[in-house]
Ligand binder design. Structure first.
Ligand code: PEP
Ligand code: MG
Length: 576
């Protein structure tokens, strides 16, 4: 049987099905008026227990998966701290004379129904989060365990109605080949977590699990296309087995170039670095074959907490990174908060257009104590390895001058206190606002390097909100306007004799590699596909790439650009 779902997390898996059922048993129970107080006290104890569990899971997720992913569980924790949510449960105990578990169940069902009626898919998907918190609370109250977790002895594909975020983070990864769910969507927190954990996932099959699959059935799933086969025939199985074998072989081939230099066939060298968004990524980064860290997103140190991290706390984190990189450079970007990233403990008034508001360097220049504290921590870490500092979202020349002035003052202070730092540390800025591209010559005179942040540059050049699903079809870094600005800013950097890299997602796209090399980019800082990009660069000719870039700059639409680049890739693979 072949089914079509929504592709959520890439990858192919072949394996036996394990049916994932919500086996929480809740028997609705009524109470006597005299028992109300006791049930409310039980509810409060249950909430405390659930909070402790979630706090622990939040911490584990933070260490093992990432800061942003842990943020999902932090939100769950805030549900349990919400006096209205818990207050409504208490009200039900009192008004409806039901026990604590029934009150929780009813309140969660009420929210699930509310969310189900929403037009916005993103909001609809939050129903699973409420269910997740509710289940945890019911378990805490009834002493039931989640029996579904941790009982695997061989790799399997999990098939179920829905998987909640906290179930996904607790899965024993070594046994999970893939996930298939009947509900859910690409924007759900479960989907985000499955992607972060690299588990191939298809959601929204819109079937009843027990009508299509049984425990132990053979399943093939394709997390890239959304196709799922239950009990496939031999022919389909053979095709997919071959694809998996090919992928394995390709991986082995890529493995062989991990520690080889990133250089074109005709000898043009490029630096290949990685982006880091959390300390838990460091282990993989250190052994990845990267030339260093091209973007260290320092904001994760500031998120999901209740107060600013101290200088010491930050210093320890930066030091750990710098020491692990053991001489390889680390570009630390100063705090990039605002836009969609909010710090509850910092006074950040609501803005009409947060992405155009007080964000990134604008916040640092407004909160000088915060900024200086971070600079002190970065400078102190620079004594122990190769650190570069980068300011985000520069739109005005004065911002660079002001940031540099504060950096100089901070260096002076450290010097007076006898604290060591690297006096030759390089200073750079992110190029992610069109105005910065247009005044790049002037900016380049102030700094030692640029790094192009295409994630923001695209949204600001094309006026397309990077968070708005509805207009994602308009968000494209192959748009000629974006390419022209990238071309201009690379030219300006080279005219002023500074190096220029890219740390936006475009750098991680193998489809864009030849074009970017041809445009003259000196450094790629990738969030994924490091080996594919390295292989791509090693297999191309710089002279040819320059011609490609030349031609691309004459094209008028993103579609034309993509077609042309695709046709080149096809030609290449045919030659091979
Ligand atoms: C970018 O804008 O391209 C970038 C790398 O920064 P972030 O994605 O963190 O905004
Ligand atoms: Mg950015």
């Amino acid at each position: 049987m072949k089914l079509q779902g929504v592709p959520v997390s890439q990858g192919i898996a072949i394996g036996r099905a394990v049916i994932w059922r919500n086996d929480l048993e809740i028997k609705e129970a009524t109470i006597e008026p005299g028992e109300v107080e006791r049930e409310i006290a039980r509810l409060e104890q249950g909430v405390d227990k659930a909070k402790r569990q979630l706090a622990k899971l939040h911490q584990q997720t933070r260490e093992q998966v990432g800061e942003e992913e842990a943020g999902i569980l932090f939100v769950h924790l805030t549900f349990l701290q919400d006096p209205d949510f818990i207050g409504e449960m208490k009200r039900r105990i009192e008004a409806e004379l039901v026990d604590a578990a029934t009150a929780v169940q009813k309140e969660v069902e009420h929210f699930e129904q509310l969310f189900a009626m929403m037009d916005d898919e993103y909001i609809r998907e939050r129903a699973t989060d409420i269910r997740d918190v509710g289940n945890r609370l019911i378990q805490a109250l009834t002493g039931q365990e989640n029996k579904r977790l941790f009982h695997f002895s061989e790799p399997v594909i999990i098939v179920g109605e829905d998987l909640t975020p906290s179930e996904i983070v607790q899965l024993p990864k070594e046994f999970v080949l893939g996930i298939v769910t009947m509900k859910g969507a690409d924007t759900s927190h479960s989907a985000i977590l499955a992607r972060s954990l690299g588990i191939p996932t298809v959601m929204s099959l819109k079937q009843k699990t027990d009508q299509i699959v049984s425990h132990g059935d053979l399943v093939i799933m394709n997390g890239t296309s959304g196709e799922v086969w239950i009990r496939p025939n031999q022919q389909v199985l053979a095709i997919y087995q071959e694809i998996l074998d090919k992928e394995k072989k390709l991986k082995q081939q890529l493995e062989q170039i991990r520690f080889l230099p990133t250089i074109t066939k005709d000898g043009h060298k490029v630096k290949l670095l990685m982006n880091v968004g959390g300390l838990q990524e460091m282990e993989d980064v250190v052994s990845s074959g990267t030339d260093g860290i091209g973007l260290f997103r320092s904001e994760f140190l500031f998120m999901n907490r209740e107060q600013l991290p101290s200088e010491e706390e930050q210093f320890i984190a930066y030091l750990e990174v710098v020491q692990q990189m053991d001489g390889r450079p680390t570009v630390i970007r100063t705090l990039d908060i605002g836009g969609d990233k909010h710090l509850p403990y910092l006074n950040m008034p609501k803005e009409m257009n947060p992405f155009l508001g007080c964000r990134a360097i604008r916040i640092s220049l407004e909160h000088l104590v915060l900024f200086k504290t971070q600079l002190r921590a970065i400078l102190r870490a620079s004594h122990f390895g190769k650190v570069l500092i980068m300011f985000p979202m520069i739109s005005h020349l004065e911002q660079v001058r002001q940031a540099k002035k504060i950096l100089r003052e901070t260096q002076e202070e450290l010097k007076n206190e006898g604290i060591a730092f690297d006096p030759h540390l390089e200073i750079g800025i992110m190029i992610e606002v069109p105005s910065a591209c247009l005044i790049a010559d002037a900016l380049a005179k102030e700094v030692q390097f640029f790094s192009i942040g295409t994630n923001d540059l695209v949204q600001y050049v094309l006026a397309v909100d990077r968070m708005n699903e509805r207009i994602q079809h308009l968000y494209n870094y192959f748009h000629p306007a974006v390419l022209k600005l990238i071309h201009q800013v690379i030219q300006a950097a080279h005219r002023q004799k500074i190096w220029i890299g890219m740390c936006g997602e475009m750098a991680s796209d193998p489809q864009a590699t030849e074009l970017l090399v041809g445009l003259g980019l000196d450094e790629f800082s990738v969030s994924s596909n490091l080996l594919q990009i390295k292989q791509k660069i090693r297999s191309l000719s710089y002279a040819e790439a320059v011609q490609v870039a030349h031609h691309v700059l004459t094209l008028n639409t993103a579609q034309e650009v993509q077609h042309y680049l695709l046709s080149r890739n096809k030609d290449k693979s045919r030659i091979k």
